[in-house]
Design a protein around this ligand. Structure first.
Ligand code: NZQ
Ligand code: ZN
Length: 390
């Protein structure tokens, strides 16, 4: 454990079948005007909307709605949400949905009282929230598992005109005040979204795991999380209402990206940068953009972090190293990951997401280059990885 760090996480979690009871404890702490933010309507079909609004009524709140948050929320929707929150004089924002809804709620919360254009300030210049900008507190009721947005400061916004999808990871003043995590609320997810979320979790862990060469407690935690995810995901794809599997996955997702396993590490995040660039050009489902490029990416960087790939193969996938070269062990680890990805039905090629060869140069231009992994990529490297992902 070589890196220096500080650690705190201010988000209170309510987990389990009765987690929504936590909302009754939390809402009285905030003002009367609540902006209820949700997506395209799934919460009306599965009954979560009725359950949440019943609690809001019971707590005597005046509710203003901001519906229609799309997957991969756009900057135009953000501007609309800011206006709604201002008109409502919102004291509190309640996000009910997946990562898109939670991310969007955070973006609105820090933009309502922002004197500048929030896209320019937060997503182009990567500046923090100004000290004199009052942040509207946010709470989440999570309905889709994967992003970790329920317990982190991440907020990803897409600007289609600029062909950019950018995530800003804010400090703990932007984290949700609380999140309600009821695994049963995720049962109605279509299989495609469910498995995309599973790979998003895996990718978050890999992005943090594949960096550094020290002996780091974070990596041991990461290995445990990956093993739990692989085990439970196989059960969940066969039986989506297996509570034990779905609850383990929900808990794993939260710990995969709530800053814990990044402690003491540089972390990589290049797969996410390539995935987000693909998202900016195709609007594809986040988790699938990651699954489609991960194997070509990890094969490409494997020689630069070989020892860690050997450890990954042995500790996560149970590959026996006896009598084999490091290269062989490392390759068998990635083969085991590929077999798992195919078993749970992930998208394995970017062409399946609508990417054509003539789009690759544009995607390269939209890809941010990170410094913390085993190889700092060049633009040519990104192009090679994308070609290998077609
Ligand atoms: O809009 P509705 O009708 O609710 O439908 C949604 C949406 O179509 C549906 N859904 C959600 N819960 C459901 C459900 N359908 C039926 N039953 C339910 N219980 O699922 C679809 C996808 O939802 P979305 O919120 O877009 O998915 P996800 O949670 O994967 O969020 C993706 C966004 O989060 C960002 C991504 O880039 C993307 O913009 N990320 C946020 C991160 C963070 N905050 O730290 C990190 C991640 O790496 C990621 O980048
Ligand atoms: Zn992700």
């Amino acid at each position: 454990m070589l890196g220096d760090f500080s650690y705190s996480n201010p988000t209170k979690l309510y987990f389990g079948k009765n987690a929504l009871d936590g909302l009754k404890e939390e809402l009285p702490k905030y003002g009367k005007n609540v902006l209820l933010v949700y997506g395209g309507g799934s919460i009306k079909k599965n009954g979560i909307y009725d359950k949440v609004t019943a609690v809001l009524r019971e707590c005597g709140k005046t509710v203003y709605e901001d519906a229609g948050v799309m997957p991969n929320p756009t900057v135009e929707k953000l501007y609309e949400g800011v206006k709604r929150a201002r008109d409502a004089k919102a004291d509190f924002i309640l996000a009910v949905g997946g990562g898109s809804v939670c991310d969007y709620a955070k973006a609105v919360s820090i933009s309502v009282n922002c004197k500048e254009d929030p896209w320019d300030r937060y997503y182009i210049r990567f500046e923090d929230v100004a000290p004199d900008c009052k942040i509207i507190p946010v709470g989440c009721v999570l309905t889709m598992v994967g992003t970790g947005s329920e317990m982190n400061g991440g907020s990803v916004i897409t600007n289609h005109a600029q062909k950019l999808k950018i995530g800003h990871v804010f400090g703990d003043n932007v984290f949700p005040k609380f999140s309600v995590l009821n695994p049963e609320f995720t049962y109605s997810l279509p299989k495609y979204q469910m498995t995309a979320g599973f790979f998003d979790i895996m990718s978050h862990i890999l992005e943090q795991y594949f960096s550094g060469g020290d002996d780091n407690t974070s990596d041991y935690i990461a290995e445990g999380l990956m093993r739990s995810l692989v085990h439970s995901s196989e059960i969940a794809v066969k039986n989506p209402t297996d509570y034990e599997a779905r609850s383990n996955i929900m808990w794993t997702a939260t710990w995969a990206l709530n800053t814990l396993i990044a402690k003491g590490k540089t972390t990589d995040w290049e797969v996410h940068m390539i995935g987000q660039a693909i998202g900016a050009h195709t609007d594809a489902t986040h988790g699938m953009t990651l699954s489609a490029v991960s194997l070509p990416y990890y094969k490409f960087i494997m020689p630069y972090g070989l020892k860690k790939f050997v450890r990954f193969a042995v500790n996560v996938w149970g590959v026996s190293p006896v009598g084999k070269t490091d290269e062989t062990v490392a390759e068998e680890g990635l083969q085991a990951m590929e077999a798992w990805m195919r078993r749970i039905g992930l998208v394995m090629n970017i062409s399946d997401l609508g990417v054509k060869e003539d789009m690759l140069d544009g995607i390269v231009k939209s890809t941010l280059i990170m410094q913390g992994g085993y190889k700092v990529l060049t633009a040519d490297d990104v192009l090679t990885i994308l070609k290998n992902s077609l």
